[in-house]
Design a protein around this ligand. Sequence first.
Ligand code: NAP
Length: 283
Amino acid sequence: MIVYSKMEYKTLNNGLQMPMVGLGVYDIPERETQRVVEDAISVGYRSIDTAAMYYNERGVGNAVRACGVSREELFITTKICDSCYSRDETMRSVDHSMRQLGLDYVDLMLIHWPVGNPAVMWHALEELYGQGLFKAIGVSNFYPNTFPMIVKGARVMPVVNQCETHVLYQQRKMMEYLQPYNVALEAWSPLAEGKHGIFKNPVLKRVGEKYGKTAAQIALKFLIQNGIIIIPKTTHKERMIENIDLFDFMLADDDLSDISRLDTGRNVTGWPSDALKYNPESL
Ligand SMILES: NC(=O)c1ccc[n+]([C@@H]2O[C@H](COP(=O)([O-])OP(=O)(O)OC[C@H]3O[C@@H](n4cnc5c(N)ncnc54)[C@H](OP(=O)(O)O)[C@@H]3O)[C@@H](O)[C@H]2O)c1
């Protein structure tokens, strides 16, 4: 059994240490989730990213309890349901997630999308953060047209903004935008959902040959070497191992610049930006 004990951490703006690589569990049916998360933890993952909308928080919580690794060593992220307009709705959404997970606290609670009333949701999360229910709070899919709704009047700054980010959509403008707020960028779909020929990309393959790594590993390493937290999803144990085996090499400057030229500057998954009628050109 290969277990990766090597891990790098991002120090978030509240001092919390977050693993640079975690497992995303979007689209994994609840009946499979416990097995997948236990597999991931067994090969060295310590960070798991779920959401109320994934309908598998229960499987994540079961794995946390069954895995044999102490709760303090794990970093569990979830996201409240969308479309809360009031403090009460937000509290009910949080309560639902906590009951599904069956945990005393979560490490990172995110607002999934900028819908409902983001400012009201944020103030409710701030309140619960103050009570110790979350180790950190953050947002997801907030762009400059919506991020100010959170920071205006915030008592607690988000620690992360989780957005679509991968070699085809590198989010350099977003990185610049978030920097003055000291908010970390966390990449969702860091492998571009495994689409758009990413694993056959000639640049990623050529660079991979140089380091004895796969195209997937080069795509992921490019992100973490740029300081971006990643949560690739896979249900296959051998790919879990592949996606975390990133800490024994560094990409040289010329390779970084070759990969940076793969950036299309645009969302390629089709959502959430399209769903929110957000225009990336306005960044
Ligand atoms: N906040 C948001 O709005 C939001 C939106 C989307 C995603 N997310 C989060 O981000 C996580 C990751 O994003 P994602 O699931 O959309 O896509 P992803 O991680 O970019 O790609 C996952 C796809 O790539 C395949 N794959 C993974 N590793 C591979 C490897 N080493 N070689 C070949 N194929 C590989 C997987 O297949 P197999 O599973 O068959 O291996 C799956 O089809 C999600 O699970 C979720 O936690 C958040």
